[in-house]
Ligand binder design. Structure first.
Ligand SMILES: [Zn+2]
Length: 294
């Protein structure tokens, strides 16, 4: 028995073309009803304006139930601690980010796709460490998640940010939090899902929250499971080709079964992942040719 939506498998034989055109250097912002980031207004806003509620005029859908959200600052005197609090209001941003993550992974609280992992709490821990961030379960109970976020990464982002991009630090903080929150709520095929797909889904959500950092760009010279933004752009191509909800259904498929490369992609799309990726590469190259000829 399968629990994911039985979408008729598409069997394209030529280069797959998305039904809508998109800028080749990144997909548009998604239709997420609670936009975390509003570029049209944020560039001329002071950081303190982050506390303002979302300015969407559309009817907000019913919010998802949230777990207990906590914040722990392990190094309060670190310069980035102050930067963190002057860039975002964690009391609202964490909840807003999680609403967006859940909407992209599960659509609505009423959806039959809304079968998330039993995460009961998420603690964001700001500390002085290596790397950017990681998510883990607590020692006592894996359903309690901890997101460890390196304060030095926030400082480094600030020191590298051009004055022409005053919201860069804020965007990076929210982007990293969004990515890590996906890890708190995505399925992983009973721990058998390739890391590249896990990271690709996390960055696909970040991409669709309009939080991609400036250095992200489509690069098709690696394998499909290179991970992070590389796999995220490939996943966005699949979402364009096979329709909205495609990546949501992939996440649902990772809920019940162990990952087997051949059956996983064949059952969902009627094609193997290498064929799908070939189509993505060809589509990207065609877009690049069109850009050059303009
Ligand atoms: Zn990650």
């Amino acid at each position: 028995m399968t629990f994911y939506e039985q979408t008729p498998a598409a069997r394209p034989t030529t280069i797959l073309e998305p039904p809508i055109s998109r800028p080749s250097d990144g997909p548009e912002a998604s239709q997420t009803p609670i936009p975390i980031h509003n570029k049209s207004s944020s560039t001329d806003s002071a950081p303190s304006s982050n506390d303002a509620p979302p300015t969407t005029t559309t009817t907000s859908p019913k919010p998802f139930p949230l777990p207990t959200l906590r914040l722990e600052v392990r190094h309060l005197t670190h310069p980035a601690s102050n930067l963190f609090f002057t860039s975002i209001n964690p009391a609202t941003v964490l909840a807003d980010c999680l609403q967006n993550v859940l909407r992209l992974l599960y659509h609505t609280p009423q959806s039959h796709h809304f079968n998330p992992p039993p995460t009961r709490s998420v603690t964001l821990i700001l500390r002085d460490m290596d790397g950017v961030a990681y998510t883990t379960g607590t020692d006592l109970d894996h359903d309690h998640k901890e997101i460890h976020f390196n304060l030095n990464h926030i400082s480094n982002t600030a020191s590298r940010s051009p004055s022409s991009n005053p919201t860069r630090v804020r965007d990076e903080i929210i982007g990293v939090i969004t990515h890590e929150l996906v890890h708190c709520y995505q399925w992983d095929a009973k721990h058998s899902c390739p890391g590249g797909l896990i990271e690709g889904i996390a960055d696909w959500v970040r991409l669709n929250c309009d939080l991609s950092p400036p250095h992200w760009k489509k690069e098709v010279d690696g394998a499909w499971d290179r991970g992070y933004q590389h796999t995220a752009y490939f996943l966005q191509y699949l979402e364009d080709i096979f329709g909205p909800g495609t990546i949501r259904r992939l996440n649902e498929k990772l809920r019940h079964h162990k990952y087997h490369k051949d059956s996983f992609w064949e059952e969902q799309f009627g094609l193997g992942v290498e064929e799908l990726y070939d189509g993505y590469v060809q589509h990207h190259e065609e877009e690049e040719r069109k850009k050059k000829s303009c």
